[in-house]
Design a protein around this ligand. Structure first.
Ligand code: PLP
Length: 379
């Protein structure tokens, strides 16, 4: 099979397109499918960008604007008490760019990476694009929907290069404890591979905090970006923190595949790191929505087996309501105007009996969504 034929569409996009069609016909749709913050980018970032527009926008070095690399190194020290040399922080066009770059470096044809199923769908395709094979490992409530050391030992193959954690998880919102990250990292080292930690939802945690993999393993590869915590999806700035030996090969790939992340966005992003108060306002608004959904959803028959403490997602078991979450989501959209993502977007393991709610939507709309779902179920 040709590589491109192995690339699956991002299925929720079909649902989103239908939702847009219904909206164009004047129907109000409640969006609980999208994983994009509904908040404005912090004002200080937008103001900085306006000023920066007067400057030339030439390429920065491929590995990123040195000022942003330094600002991030300082931020890691404050936030996680880890010392990272700025040159290990590679600035990329979103975390998506970081993953593409990384897999181009790490994977050769036929090599594999261990991923959690359910997990962020694009991961599988990034790996396939690099000629590799995603090994999707079923994970459930017993491991808080994350890989653990036992699963790594069980599924690691001779050709496996790395294992991925998404912490907090998309789609489950579950947070991995520091000790579990340390155990995972140790298991990856035993097999001479890397632990890759996708930390894009860091900072969006409720009643807990997520540890950075670099706190427990200096050789972990950390991927993060400004899209979620800082509400900067379209600015396209992310980063990868890599061990010394990967800097040079990563630089070569970056020079070739994207030359550099957008200059304007990189410099504006330096302001984001200072916008602590604005970020806290967003975080507490997400938490209010999360608590509302956690109290309402179970009453309607959605089982939330492990309490999500991060990101802006709730992963629910719908086996009391349907054995086919995909048709359930489509009927809900057509009949009640509520959009939710079916489990199939995140993998195959028990996907028919699960779905994901996103609460990156105003609380008033979420309340209306719950009322509409209740009416839909009572029909
Ligand atoms: N990683 C996870 C777990 C995500 O949920 C997303 C986006 O939804 C991304 C990475 C990609 O984000 P971006 O490329 O905007 O940084």
């Amino acid at each position: 099979m040709r590589t491109i034929d192995k690339i699956e569409p991002f299925r929720v996009m079909q649902l989103l397109e239908r939702a847009k069609e219904l909206e164009a016909k004047g129907k109000k749709i409640i969006h609980m499918e999208i994983g994009e913050p509904d908040f404005h980018t912090p004002e200080s970032v937008r103001n900085a960008a306006k000023k920066l527009l007067d400057n030339d926008q030439f390429y920065t070095p491929s590995t990123g604007a040195p000022e942003l690399q330094k600002a991030l190194a300082t931020w890691y020290k404050q936030e996680y008490h880890v010392n990272i040399a700025p040159e290990r922080i590679l600035i990329t066009p979103g975390t998506s760019g970081a993953f593409n770059m990384l897999y181009a470096v790490l994977i050769d044809a036929g090599e594999s990476v261990l991923l959690p199923d359910p997990g962020y769908p694009c991961q599988r395709n990034f790996i396939r694009l690099a000629g590799g094979e995603p090994l999707n490992i079923p994970v459930g409530p017993d491991t808080r929907y994350h890989l653990d050391a036992a699963l790594i030992d069980k599924h690691w193959q001779a050709q496996t290069r790395a294992a991925v954690v998404i912490n907090p998880s998309n789609p489950t919102g579950t947070v991995l404890a520091r000790e579990s990250i340390a155990e995972l990292a140790a298991a990856c080292h035993t097999h001479n591979g890397y632990l890759i930690s996708d930390e894009i939802y860091h900072g969006l945690t409720y009643g807990t905090s997520a540890a950075c993999a670099l706190e427990v393993d200096d050789r972990a590869i950390v991927i993060n970006g400004f899209s979620k915590r800082w509400a900067m999806t379209g600015w396209r700035v992310g980063w990868a923190i890599v061990p010394e030996e990967l800097i040079e090969p990563c630089r070569r790939v970056m020079q070739n595949i994207f030359i550099a992340a957008p200059t304007l966005s990189q410099y504006a992003a330096i302001e984001a790191l200072k916008a602590t108060d604005t970020i806290e306002l967003m975080r507490s608004a997400y938490d209010e929505r999360r608590q509302y959904l956690l109290s309402e959803l179970p009453k309607l028959g959605f089982d939330i087996v492990v309490e999500p403490q991060g990101a802006f997602y709730i992963y629910a078991n719908v086996s009391k309501l349907t054995a086919d979450s995909k048709s359930f989501c489509w009927s809900l959209l057509e009949q009640a105007g509520v959009a939710i993502t079916p489990g199939e977007d995140f993998g195959v393991y028990q996907s028919n009996t699960h779905l994901r709610f996103s609460y990156a939507t105003r609380l008033d709309d979420i309340r209306e969504g719950i009322a509409r779902i209740a009416a839909f179920l009572n029909k």
